[in-house]
Design a protein. Structure first.
Length: 263
């Protein structure tokens, strides 16, 4: 691999590219003075993306020491539960949706034999209840395990609630992810909390309720759902609604953890 020197330090390949990008963005900030909040916000996202990746792979940024680096794949307990909540449970829920939708869509008169209906219905009932269980596990881990870390109140009593976030580029031990976003210390980030996290707190909770209702309908009516096209349509709409609520919540969660990671 070809080596190079950036900011007076030797580096290789992608590490050089990361440091050059970070240096260019920071230079642009210092030379051009105030820039529009939207540009500032996205520049900070880009800087933060490269800084987090460098720190977590054991590399250092210009002007920093080796001690600030971290071991690759070294997850804290908070990072572990964030991965379980979003990547493991959330992804499993979204993947099961495809099978559930296809199963419900195929439940139409004349499309299946009697044996086919019985075999398909068993799989559909089991799949819907598994999907509902995963949906509940996702919102429960998010609400009672991950979310309290997101909204920690770290400011000292009587002090400005955003005092610990001054000059921060990432949440710290004195600046929780929620306070980091609301403080706008790294750009126009408050909207990520006021809309993105509010969606996750409230709208995303519709997913487990809707999917549980779908599972109950499928288990209760069984093959009789074929003779009730209106009920099959309503069930599909409910399933799609639950999927949409979870999908938007998952996307917001991914972006929020990129901008203000819980670590």
């Amino acid at each position: 691999m070809v080596g190079c020197v950036v900011a007076g330090m030797e580096c290789n390949g992608m590490e050089c590219l990361d440091r050059e990008r970070i240096g260019l963005i920071r230079t642009k900030h210092s030379e051009d003075g105030p820039i529009p909040s939207r540009v500032r916000s996205w520049n900070q996202v880009l800087v933060r993306s490269h800084e987090v990746r460098l720190l977590r792979t054991g590399s250092t940024l210009p002007g920093e020491t080796e001690e600030t680096g971290g071991a690759m794949f070294d997850l804290s307990s908070r990072e572990f539960w964030t991965v379980v909540h979003g990547l493991v449970l959330g992804t499993a829920f979204l993947l099961l949706f495809g099978g559930g939708l296809a199963g419900l869509w195929s439940m139409r008169a004349g499309h299946l034999t009697t044996a086919g209906v019985q075999e398909r219905m068993r799989r559909l009932v089991v799949g819907m209840w598994v999907m509902a269980a995963i949906a509940w596990a996702t919102v429960i881990t998010g609400t009672w395990i991950v979310y309290p870390w997101y909204r920690e109140e770290l400011a000292e009593s009587g002090a400005n609630e955003f005092a610990g976030c001054a000059d921060a580029i990432l949440p710290t031990t004195t600046c929780s992810p929620r306070d980091f976003l609301r403080s706008n210390v790294s750009g126009d980030t408050a909207s990520w909390h006021t809309f993105g996290m509010e969606w996750k707190e409230h709208i995303a909770w519709a997913a487990p309720f809707l999917v549980t209702a779908v599972a109950f309908i499928v288990a209760y009516y069984g093959p009789r759902i074929i003779q009730r096209p209106w009920l099959r349509t309503v069930t599909i709409v409910m399933l799609v609604g639950g999927f949409a609520a979870a999908l938007v919540g998952g996307l917001y969660g991914a972006f929020l953890n990129k901008i203000a990671p819980i670590a």
